[in-house]
Design a protein around this ligand. Structure first.
Ligand code: PLP
Length: 342
């Protein structure tokens, strides 16, 4: 199947809330500085929804499902500085739904200051339920759902990271979008991105299959918080759930998702030299900001892989900027560490 043929994702309910297509920008200064491949960036930080990010694409399908279910409110969960929670709150507001966010914080205590994504959540009027549960879908979320139903509300639960068969369709559709852009600007040897709940990577694999380009370009996920083997299994399950939803006979195995877990550092959202260098390099060479938790880590990984010769001169690499820059403010002190005062 090529890009212009019937695309089964188009048959699913979808609300147009993301700014699409997102541009692809060339990064000539960073490419020259590193002396490796030509680096391009897919600007999914420009999708809209209260500072942008990759969840906007998933939410086009998830919010449509909530509306079809006649929901009047949505519930989702994440960490304190969750980009997914912030974009879900914004999408819910656009759709006239009340946003409930179950946010993890140590001890279940809200942070003393509202900054970064928490500030935006509050400005969006999201109802925040703080929890000490790291996996709240069977606990805290169920309790919030129960209370809302008892109040005669109609909640719709959006999964962790927006990653289920429905959510991943956002990135299946994104692969068609990139396929059309490639016709204009030329192809890539690799596409590199942060992977965490795995939904984006799963959608990309499914979309690459649907556009007939699976294995044409390496789709390399830099894991932010999970061992490659565990995450690959989750990604493969999501791809297959998506294929099932579209009524396809095709399935993949868990050795297909290409995941590098060399950059987990000291854990999720623990900022190290890798992230600090990547953020500064991109800012100083290209005037572009990545975030400390996801895209900073993934870009740091890409820079290291280029230095190790995994990507070389003459190649072309597309780095997906998947958003999260609102979180920069929440990590201000850490990001300025070891930088001489201005
Ligand atoms: C900025 C950013 N980039 C990448 C990701 C990873 O996407 P996924 O959870 O679909 O793997 C996330 C997830 O929250 C994110 O917030």
């Amino acid at each position: 199947m090529n890009n212009r043929q019937a695309f089964p994702v188009d048959d699913l309910p979808r609300v147009p809330i993301a700014h699409l297509p997102t541009p692809i920008d060339h990064l000539p200064n960073l490419s020259r500085y590193l002396g490796g491949p030509e680096i391009f960036v897919k600007r999914d930080d420009q999708t809209g929804l209260a500072t942008g990010g990759n969840k906007a694409r998933k939410l086009e399908f998830l919010i449509a499902e909530a509306l079809e279910a006649s929901a009047d409110c949505v519930i989702t969960a994440g960490s304190t500085q969750s980009n997914h929670a912030r974009q879900t709150a914004a999408a819910a507001r656009r759709a006239g739904l009340e946003p409930h966010l179950v946010l993890y914080a140590a001890g279940g205590n809200p942070p003393e200051t509202s900054t970064g994504n928490v500030l935006i959540d509050r400005l969006l009027g999201a109802i925040i339920h703080w929890t000490a549960e790291k996996a709240p879908y069977t606990g805290a979320i169920k309790r919030v759902e129960h209370v809302l139903k008892a109040n005669e509300q109609r909640p719709f639960v959006i999964p962790y990271g927006g990653s289920n068969a429905t959510g991943i369709m956002g990135y299946a559709a994104a692969m068609r979008e990139v396929g059309e852009q490639i016709e204009e600007i030329g192809t890539f040897d690799a596409q590199v991105f942060a992977t965490s709940s795995g939904g984006m990577q799963a959608g990309m694999i499914l979309g690459a299959y649907l556009t007939g380009s699976l294995f044409d370009t390496r789709l390399l996920g830099i894991s932010v918080d999970e061992q490659a083997e565990t995450l690959a299994q989750r990604v493969a399950n999501l791809v297959n759930d998506g294929a099932r939803l579209l009524g396809l006979d095709w399935r993949i195995n868990d050795d297909v998702p290409d995941i590098n877990d060399d950059y987990l550092g000291s854990g999720y959202a623990v900022i190290g030299d890798l992230e600090r260098e990547a953020i500064r390099l991109l800012a100083e060479k290209e005037g572009l900001l990545v975030d400390p938790v996801y895209t900073g880590r993934a870009l740091g990984g890409l820079i290291d892989l280029i230095r190790r010769g995994e990507f070389t001169k003459g190649q072309r690499v597309l780095f997906w900027h998947t958003g999260g820059t609102a979180a920069l403010f929440a990590f201000a002190d850490n990001l300025l560490k070891s930088r001489p005062p201005a």
